[in-house]
Ligand binder design. Structure first.
Ligand SMILES: [Zn+2]
Length: 290
């Protein structure tokens, strides 16, 4: 047991974004193979976000998410719908992302984990929902002027993305890593995703909070992003445990925020204060049938 663990219990929930292996994108017939193509070659009016075009649901993607839900012991919804998630960002071609809000395809599942040297634990799966991925932004610095600029590759825009949200049931960095290892194994076994973290088709955000040992109420959670390997997830959570314990020991309040993991310096840094769900102005997607 670490020094931190004698005083505080760590509460960890994971959100995994996973690219599905479909031939075409989520709502158009463009090839979904974005990584191996030249930039901006797999595009059409739908995934470019042109006005007046209509999306069509990819049947294979729905089959894959149902398979995933069954493999994760989820309830499969008999009625599901898509919603628009609105936010302004240059990687979003339409100005909104088609996602799912209150009626995801899969919910209420679980995944059993058993990290080496620790007991088994059942981790609840809150939901698995379907959405579309965004375009890819590449940030560069001009070699002559030293000025920053960004390139955009729209190939990834509209590719099928599945989000798997866990309950805050994990308690150690080792449990979080074991959850990801087992989840990756399942997704590869049923053949729905390459689930390769280094290639970015299996991405993980971690919600981490601390509470005094024995306490019921959750502490303020911090969302950690930018982790590109299982080791990074493990180390970022371990870093947060120590950082948050130090703040609590000094009587400071934990700020609810998003922090990014920096591989070079092995630390998390503040990125932005946490936005709330209603900032996204979710509403039912009028262009797609439930
Ligand atoms: Zn397209």
């Amino acid at each position: 047991m670490t020094a931190v663990a004698t005083r505080y219990e760590t509460v960890i929930g994971l959100e995994v974004h996973c690219q599905l292996i479909t031939k075409s994108k989520m709502f158009c017939s463009c090839s979904a193979d974005y990584a191996r193509a030249d930039p901006n070659t797999h595009v059409c009016p739908v995934c470019l976000g042109m006005p007046g075009v209509l999306p069509v649901i990819n049947e294979q993607a729905i089959e894959y998410i149902v398979m995933t839900g069954l493999a994760l012991n989820c309830r499969i919804a008999e009625f599901s719908k898509f919603d628009r998630k609105n936010y302004p960002y240059p990687d979003l071609m339409k100005g909104y992302q088609i996602s799912q809000y209150d009626l995801p395809v899969c919910s209420d599942g679980w995944l059993d984990i058993a990290p080496e040297g620790a007991g088994p634990r059942r981790v609840g799966i809150t939901r698995v929902h379907m959405e579309e991925d965004t375009a890819r932004l590449l940030h560069r610095t001009d070699a002559v002027t030293g000025e920053g600029y960004s390139l955009i590759d729209i190939n990834r825009s509209g590719t099928p993305l599945m989000e798997i949200v866990s309950e805050p049931d994990m308690r150690t960095p080792a449990e979080a890593r074991d959850y990801l290892v087992r989840l990756r194994q399942i997704l590869r076994y049923i053949g729905v995703s390459e689930a390769n973290m280094e290639d970015g088709n299996f991405r993980c955000d971690a919600n981490v909070s601390l509470r005094p040992v024995g306490a019921e109420a959750f502490g303020t959670k911090v969302e950690v992003k930018n982790m590109n390997s299982f080791r990074a997830v493990h180390d970022a959570i371990a870093f947060e445990e120590v950082r948050q314990a130090g703040m609590l020991d000094r009587g400071e309040r934990i700020t609810q925020e998003t922090r990014g993991w920096v591989d070079d310096t092995r630390e998390t840094v503040s990125q932005r204060t946490k936005e709330h769900a209603n900032d996204y102005r979710y509403f039912p997607e009028p262009d797609l049938p439930p």
